[in-house]
Design a protein around this ligand. Structure first.
Ligand code: SF4
Length: 668
């Protein structure tokens, strides 16, 4: 099979993930496979249907089509769609506003997108004047806070009188958000800008919902994605299509593309991999998955893909961690113990060749300088170390390869790769996408960047450990570091010990302050609902987070609701954490995804009743608001959990100057 011919490989990023920069998986794998192109006779290409889908929908033609669809439903006044979007009492505000200003949206959408791509900076003045773009419900918060002055308070707070370009970027982003709401509320309820069909893949033990959606009536979004796929197949004529599914929010898109490939080119093989697959599909047994894809690979894709390509050349060649449907219809995992993963040093330099980088958009949604890094600007992506050097945190997937296999690349090799990527893209901004970049590796990298005179801007994820002294943070800043993110998890020393984070709240305060003092912004990942966590501990944690913002230790943060996974110590040894896993229903049929495990915590805290208040507090802190106030003010009194119980919010029991004292102890 396929002996002697050039094997054409097309690597694709299914929608939706992010709009500002390509997701790195295809860039990594393209760089790696091209190292082997000559030996194996490969023609390796990549494309990004996710950004193409965005452009197809958010364009003059796309908006006209939405308008025609929604107006058609309105005038037809019948059917399911009418009940959802047309009867005046049921028309969502986003759709009503869109219908009222439809022509203005169609006339300005291309200009707004071009502006957000950085192609038309002069348009900033018109957008900033707020009479150019139509405005929908997403603009309402700007006006709620407007005073008697001619300008809006939040915009003045964020951009002052001169920040015209950023102000316009924020307004154009709200315009795009309004349109995305129209797509979701009127065209396809599965659509969001950074996820598509996520609900279908979240905690999905059975493949039924995904399959039903794939085989049900196609929406305008589906049709656009099908059309993009057919075009890609026509242009590239691939023998193998590789799809990456890092998140639940792009799994449906992956299967949709696979389905369209099957229809357009039945001889083309399709392989699926990525973070979602690695964590959720390890026990895959549903053969219907293979109606869409031919292979599903686990963990890092480099070696399994290389083995698969050799296998396509010679069916006797072994596979590595690859699910296939056997001739008898069963799903089997083929893996050969003699094959090993590729060291980071041998994985090659990621390449964006084939992706049109000018098509990505810089969005400015949150008026927070740190938070904008996730959606604003194009970042070259690179990994300093595979896995995590710490790999002890009890909520983390430390038994899986992406955390467990630690492999640090040499600093000079990294700088070589950085130089190659700058030469290819013309861009000097880097996001090192490590799970937790090691302090020693960062020090070595910073020293080599400075010694070799390589000027870049970078940010990464770290663990807030005490090795990050003021001397090291200052060195990192000099080498171009502008931001770090890291897990503070629960700001409680009892729970940090249970998590085995290896840090204390006081240490985190000193480390984060050292970064901030060096001019590096800090984002903290926070968690609530850890086993045995009490309401008092959650409120105390919020109080310490408040103090960290107040002391300018962190500038941005995000609360995650704790979830136990099968691959973490909590999921594997629940007794040690005082919880009981709920019995899973006996396997009644073939399995699709499995990762999160439900549990009972005898502590009885109603964590769901606290979530809204925690998020409200952070949102305000990130905008510099409410930092002097009692943390109880963010909770409705009394907060009510989903079980209908009132959640009494206690007074914080920690000192109101704990963080200040921790900083003073070391003379910060
Ligand atoms: S949570 Fe972060 S620091 Fe902890 S083991 Fe996982 S990757 Fe490492």
């Amino acid at each position: 099979m396929l002996r002697g011919l050039a094997l054409r490989v097309l690597l694709l990023t299914p929608p939706m993930i992010q709009l500002n920069t390509p997701y790195p998986a295809t860039a990594y794998l393209t760089g790696f496979l091209r190292k082997h192109a000559a030996d194996l006779g490969l023609d390796v290409r990549q494309a990004d249907p996710a950004i193409e889908l965005f452009h197809r929908l958010f364009s003059h033609a796309g908006v006209q089509r939405m308008l025609a669809t929604l107006r058609g439903r309105l005038s037809a006044g019948s059917g399911r769609a009418r009940r959802r979007t047309a009867a005046s009492a049921e028309v969502p505000p986003s759709v009503a506003s869109f219908l009222a200003q439809g022509e203005a949206y169609a006339a300005t959408v291309d200009a707004a997108v071009r502006f957000l791509q950085g192609r038309d900076p002069g348009l900033a003045l018109r957008i900033a004047g707020r009479s150019f773009l139509p405005e929908g419900p997403r603009f309402a918060p700007l006006d709620q806070n407007a005073g008697d002055t001619a300008v809006d308070e939040p915009l003045v707070w964020a951009f002052g009188a001169l920040g015209t370009a950023d102000r316009a970027k924020h307004l154009a982003t709200l315009f795009i958000d309004d349109l995305a709401d129209v797509v979701r509320d009127g065209i396809d309820p599965s659509f969001e800008l950074s996820r598509y069909g996520e609900r279908l893949a979240l905690a999905a033990p059975t493949f039924d919902p995904l399959r039903d959606a794939l085989e049900g009536p196609a929406t305008q979004v589906d049709e656009a994605l099908d059309e993009i796929t057919r075009e890609l197949v026509r242009v590239h004529r691939p023998d193998l299509v590789g799809l990456t599914a890092p998140f639940p929010g792009n799994v449906y898109g992956a299967f949709r593309i696979a389905r369209a490939v099957r229809a357009a080119a039945p001889g083309t093989r399709v392989v699926l991999g990525g973070g979602y697959v690695n964590t959720e599909l390890r026990e895959l047994s549903d053969p219907r998955v293979f109606d869409y894809v031919d292979f599903v690979t686990l963990d890092d894709g480099e070696r399994p893909l290389l083995a698969l390509l050799q296998h396509l050349r010679d069916p006797a060649a072994p596979l590595l961690r690859t699910f296939v449907r056997a001739p008898d219809g069963r799903v089997v995992l083929r893996t050969d113990g003699a094959l090993h993963d590729v060291r980071l040093a041998d994985s090659g330099t990621p390449t964006y060749d084939g992706l049109d980088l000018d098509r990505y958009l810089s969005l400015l949604e949150m008026l927070n300088p740190m938070h904008r890094l996730w959606s604003d600007g194009r970042w070259n992506k690179l990994t300093i170390a595979h896995g995590c050097y710490w790999r002890k945190c009890t909520f983390c997937d430390i038994t899986l390869d992406y955390i467990d296999r630690y492999d640090l690349a040499a600093a000079d090799l990294l700088v070589d790769r950085i130089e190659a990527m700058v030469a290819e893209t013309g861009q000097t901004s880097f996001h090192f996408v490590d799970e937790a970049a090691p302090p020693a590796g960062l020090r070595a990298l910073a020293q080599r960047l400075l010694a070799r005179g390589v000027v870049i801007t970078w940010w990464t994820n770290i663990r807030f450990e005490k090795t990050f002294t003021p001397e090291l943070t200052e060195l990192l800043a000099r080498s171009g570091c502008v931001a770090v993110s890291g897990g503070l998890e629960v700001a409680s020393n009892r729970l940090l010990a249970l998590i085995k984070k290896g840090v204390t709240v006081e240490q985190v305060a000193r480390v984060t302050r050292a970064f901030t003092a060096a001019g590096v912004m800090v984002h903290a990942y926070l968690m609530y609902g850890f086993p045995t966590e009490t309401t008092q501990e959650t409120i105390d944690s919020l109080e310490l987070v408040r103090q960290l913002f107040e002391a300018d230790c962190v500038q941005s943060a995000f609360w995650h609701r704790f979830a136990a996974t099968r691959h973490s110590p909590v999921g594997q040894k629940p007794d040690l954490f005082g919880i009981r896993l709920r019995r899973e229903p006996p396997a009644g049929g073939p399995l699709f995804a499995r990762n999160e495990v439900a549990f009972d915590d005898p502590t009885g805290t109603d964590h769901d009743g606290l979530g809204a208040g925690l998020r409200k507090a952070l949102y305000n802190y990130m905008h510099g608001l409410g930092l002097e106030e009692d943390v109880r003010r963010w909770f409705d009194a009394p907060a009510v959990g989903p079980r209908g119980r009132a959640v009494r919010i206690p007074r914080p029991s920690v000192s109101s100057h704990l963080i200040r004292d921790a900083l003073a102890a070391r003379g910060h």
